[in-house]
Design a protein around this ligand. Structure first.
Ligand SMILES: Cc1cc2nc3c(=O)[nH]c(=O)nc-3n(C[C@H](O)[C@H](O)[C@H](O)COP(=O)(O)OP(=O)(O)OC[C@H]3O[C@@H](n4cnc5c(N)ncnc54)[C@H](O)[C@@H]3O)c2cc1C
Length: 415
């Protein structure tokens, strides 16, 4: 294994975890980690608390240069990889060809920009994905009195919550009938909308931005598709991600909703792997390909990809398969929590659902089944996560529940 050279594109949680694991698996190798941002790994899921002034930038940054030097990880900050040359086993970055024995593409996604008239180049219209976005929004919130969050996504919700927590009057525009409409049903939506209203957010459903009205380069009014005009000091956009798959163009690596991999996170091209938000991976537990943008999956992917990169081409070495149930947890307004794991209607149209709602406690559970197999769940409400471990075990073991037995699962609490 001596003298092997691993190249990783992207220093998010997936890429940096992979680099760390590669060092453990192969002490003699060289590792080059390319990052187009100017920062060492930071905790992307701590950006919302940073925007709410609950944690400092220092707490959000997870690694520094000294850590990379100690682990002999050659981190190249602010250096974009422009091309993969499969035939030569090199990547092109900063005009130089960099050879690899195994390559990991962990490039994540970039936020979609607002496209309504008046958005382009406006000083105070922000996306929320990077450390640099967080600093810019935070500065704008210091003087803002009114803010508009746009979109039905988790990110739009994070923006709305940050705005209200900074005492900014907040309007939240959602095109559909509810927040996360592809995942949540009406009952779950109502629960979360009530929590948002309790925090003082003005919710606008069925509305998009028709126009951003500008003065001296900054948006001062948002005109909605129903003709309403909202005066504002800043706008936050949460309209989803475009996955960074461009590096794979012309390489023979398949891309669909992301970079397609097998259960080992290896792409169609031997020796090239993909991990994290950008990977449309084969999940042997769910028995299907899908893409899941969560912090936990990014870390689990990073570890798995590193193992399989280290054994790539090593005769007799055993590759590992993905064996984690992906999970997303977040706080949402008024101390509410939302936890989602496994598959949901967002990923499959043919999912069958069992739901329970306890309006007094503000609890909601939805359990998802595919042909009797229990495949995922959404749990909303403070203290409503009891039973989670049992659910995860049932998903992992592919336990089956005929229709008459399913409602009993809603009462699972024992750990
Ligand atoms: C505000 C916010 C809140 C979130 N909250 C939660 C949460 O509560 N729970 C949860 O589970 N998940 C949450 N997520 C999602 C979670 O952060 C992501 O799923 C996870 O960070 C993805 O990690 P990654 O390493 O795959 O990709 P990323 O973190 O996106 O890292 C990819 C990196 O690669 C860089 N890159 C791209 N192309 C190139 C190139 N050609 N050359 C060099 N570098 C390149 C990118 O700039 C980026 O720095 C949140 C995300 C955001 C933005």
């Amino acid at each position: 294994m001596a003298d092997r050279r691993y190249v990783i594109v992207g220093n998010g949680f997936a890429g940096t975890t992979a680099a760390e694991q590669l060092r453990k698996a192969d002490p003699a190798c060289s590792i080059v980690l390319f990052a187009d941002e100017p920062y060492c790994l930071y905790n992307r899921i701590a950006l919302p608390p940073m925007l709410r002034l609950q944690v400092t930038e220092q707490k959000v940054i997870m690694r520094d240069m000294a850590w990379h030097e100690k682990l002999r990880i050659d981190l190249r900050l602010s250096t974009r990889v422009d091309r993969i040359n499969v035939a030569d086993q090199t990547v092109l970055a900063a005009g130089r060809e960099e050879p690899y024995d195994a390559l990991l593409v962990a490039t994540g996604g970039r936020p979609n920009l607002a496209t309504s008239p008046g958005a382009e180049g406006a000083q105070n219209v922000y996306n929320f994905q990077y450390m640099s976005d967080t600093k810019a929004i935070s500065q704008a919130l210091e003087t803002a009195k009114v803010g508009v969050a746009v979109g039905g996504s988790f990110i739009a919700y994070e923006l709305a919550e940050a705005f209200v927590s900074r005492n900014v009057e907040t309007h939240w525009l959602i095109r559909g009938p509810r927040f996360l409409r592809r995942m949540l049903d009406e009952a779950a939506g109502e629960l979360l909308h009530d929590a948002a209203r309790a925090d003082g957010v003005h919710l606008h459903f069925g509305e998009e931005v028709r126009e951003f009205v500008r003065s001296n380069g900054a948006v001062t009014k948002v005109v909605t598709t129903t003709g309403e005009t909202i005066d504002t000091d800043l706008v936050g956009i949460g309209l989803g991600l475009t996955i960074n798959t461009e590096l794979c163009e012309g390489t023979g690596i398949a891309t669909r909703t992301g970079i397609v991999t097998d259960e080992h996170l290896e792409t169609d091209v031997a020796g090239i792997f993909s991990a994290g938000d950008c990977a449309e991976f084969y999940d042997p537990i769910a028995e299907q390909h899908y893409r899941m943008g969560t912090w936990n999956s990014a870390g689990a992917h990073g570890k798995l990809a590193a193992h399989n990169m280290a054994v790539h081409g090593v005769e007799g070495a055993e590759r590992k398969m993905f064996d984690v149930v992906p999970e997303y947890s977040s706080l949402v307004f008024s101390g509410q929590t939302i936890t989602q794991f496994g598959l949901s209607p967002e990923y499959r149209d043919d999912i069958e659902t069992e739901v329970s709602v306890d309006a007094d406690k503000m609890w909601y559970r939805a359990l998802y089944f595919l042909e009797d197999r229990f495949v995922g769940a959404v749990l909303i409400g403070k203290g409503n996560r009891a039973g989670k471990r049992r659910y995860l075990d049932a998903i992992k073991t592919k336990a089956r529940f005929p229709k008459p037995d399913r409602r009993a699962l809603l009462d699972w609490t024992a750990e």
